[in-house]
Design a protein around this ligand. Sequence first.
Ligand code: NAD
Length: 252
Amino acid sequence: MSNSLDGKVALVTGGGGGIGRETAKVLVDHGARVVVADLSEDAGNGTLEYIDGGDAVAFVRADVTDLASMQHLVQAAVDRYGRLDIAHNNAGIELTGPDLADVTVEQFDKVIAVNLTGVFISMKAEIPQMLAQGGGSIINTASSLGQSAIAHQSAYVTSKHGVIGLTRAAAVEYSDKGIRVNAVLPGVIQTPMIDALEETYPGFKDALLTKHPIGRLGTPHDVAEMVAWLGSDAAAFATGSQFAVDGGYLAI
Ligand code: NAD
């Protein structure tokens, strides 16, 4: 494993979940020190056990919908490791089921609050620290559903389209100040989020498999390696863009 992230400090929101947990591990494997952030203490501690990275990894409970909580997280990363170079804004929730007219305003607002406003709040907390130290790399988790749609996911699809817009807007404002901002667009990735959907809608996974020309669903590791690359200096000219890791989903 290369040490392309030696000396860098990262945070990962949703770091207790499938994609975030593996991303935190891969970032540590590449030499970064990482603060894992999640709403769930159990999930976050599970990630610490999974990584077994000693002093190179820490867990801080944080809620991406709460600015004070996210500011506390950034400060905790700086207090512990001295800086913040990479932020993977990845926490998200899904809502599958109702047709648009049957989605309640509360359900819609909740998905937007976590998936979209949560990314805004995260960047609002992270950018001042990155500006103060002269730069950084922000990677926001969108989705192939940030550039396409499927039925029964109106709130989620809206939130992920919004994440792409927000990513582009932030890149336009901050790239000349040393902060690169990109979005990663996973296809369907085998995680607890997808397992929960399969439980509610048996056959869900097989149906989605046909949308991946590569012939399989993704793994958290597929996404994590892209995040690590975007966080590294090898991606120095990449900003304001969308990086699909989707087995060809968006090519159809
Ligand atoms: P997951 O459910 O395994 O993990 C999500 C994590 O986010 C959980 O640990 C949860 O506790 C945490 N979280 C939820 N609300 C939070 C909040 N307010 N503050 C902080 N943490 C919070 O999901 P995953 O599959 O790992 O998804 C991670 C990201 O990838 C999400 O943004 C999701 O929309 C996106 N994504 C997933 C897939 C997929 O197929 N799994 C595909 C495309 C995009």
